[in-house]
Write a protein that binds this ligand. Structure first.
Ligand SMILES: *[C@@H]1O[C@H](CO)[C@@H](O)[C@H](O)[C@H]1NC(C)=O
Ligand SMILES: *[C@@H]1O[C@H](CO)[C@@H](O)[C@H](O)[C@H]1NC(C)=O
Ligand SMILES: *[C@@H]1O[C@H](CO)[C@@H](O)[C@H](O)[C@H]1NC(C)=O
Length: 254
């Protein structure tokens, strides 16, 4: 992540906190928010020139993504270029297309001419890479966002509850004939309801998806474990837990 100064970091933090407050206070926002979360320019992969072969390929693939964004995802990979679009499981059709268009424009602005770049929104992720990386777990480009408020009471019980929820959701997302690499669900926790979501990009196998979630669960345990809501977001997989419903159609009682 390459924010230009700590001031912009703080502004983004305030922005994120404000959005979370809005989410908590208003159910309306379920339909309308698609907040920007983060981006990264993969500087080490270098830049490409306007009109180059890379540029032409990039533009063609983005045209294809625009078309296919209606179904909620797309990916492309060859030895010199990989691109992945993944919308959240409940964002397909025009919602996914809107998120794709927003993400592409923002990447152009934030990482101009960089071959490698990733941007995350609440409802989609768009990533480019100057090598073949389809089906591979990205262990490097991950981050965690948490609400400031800590859980009161039994930390161990809470840790167990969210561990179970993420585990069950991961199973749900990766097993069966019609696995979707996406699942949402909820569990009761001490008179409260804990809502969760797990998703992997569609280029992963179920096994890789499980591995990715497991890795992030471990990697970000300090960020998640005693917090009233958090999400681990990565290029290959993401999970989120809140004490309020953040997806319109939450599955009941898993
Ligand atoms: C979200 O949108 C759907 C239809 O687009 C509508 O039926 C529903 O009431 C909306 N929910 C909220 C919380 O605004
Ligand atoms: C944004 O993502 C990068 C990883 O790509 C991470 O290092 C950074 O901490 C993230 N920034 C925020 C504000 O979460
Ligand atoms: C999986 O999908 C197939 C074909 O679409 C369908 O016939 C079958 O009933 C589905 N299985 C489950 C468990 O939903």
């Amino acid at each position: 992540m390459h924010f230009s100064s700590s001031v912009s970091k703080r502004i983004i933090l305030i922005y994120v906190l404000a959005i979370q407050l809005l989410l908590i206070n208003s159910k309306l926002s379920l339909n309308t928010t698609n907040e920007y979360l983060n981006h990264t320019c993969l500087v080490s992969q270098g830049k490409y020139k306007p009109g180059s072969e890379y540029d032409k390929l990039f533009k063609n693939i983005m045209k294809m993504f625009y078309k296919n964004s209606i179904r909620g995802y797309d990916f492309y990979g060859d030895p010199t270029f990989t691109a992945i679009l993944q919308c959240r499981g409940d964002s397909y059709g025009p919602k996914c297309r809107d998120c794709f268009v927003t993400a592409l424009a923002a990447l152009r602005r934030r990482c101009p001419w960089y071959k490698g770049k990733i941007i995350w929104y609440d409802q989609c992720l768009l990533s480019m890479d100057s090598k073949y990386s389809v089906g591979q777990i990205d262990y490097d480009n991950n981050f965690c966002m948490s609400n400031a408020k800590k859980v009161e009471g039994d930390q161990i019980a809470f840790l167990k509850a969210w561990n179970n929820l993420i585990h069950d959701l991961t199973e749900l997302a990766t097993t069966g004939d019609n696995y979707t690499l996406y699942s949402v669900g909820e569990k009761r926790y001490e008179g409260d309801t804990l809502y969760g979501m797990v998703q992997c990009t569609q280029d992963l196998t179920p096994k890789a998806c499980r591995e990715c979630v497991l890795y992030n669960k471990f990697h970000f345990q300090d960020c998640v474990h005693d917090i009233r809501g958090a999400r681990a977001v990565g290029r290959s997989c993401t999970f989120r837990l809140e004490f309020y419903p953040f997806i319109a159609k939450q599955v009941r009682n898993i």
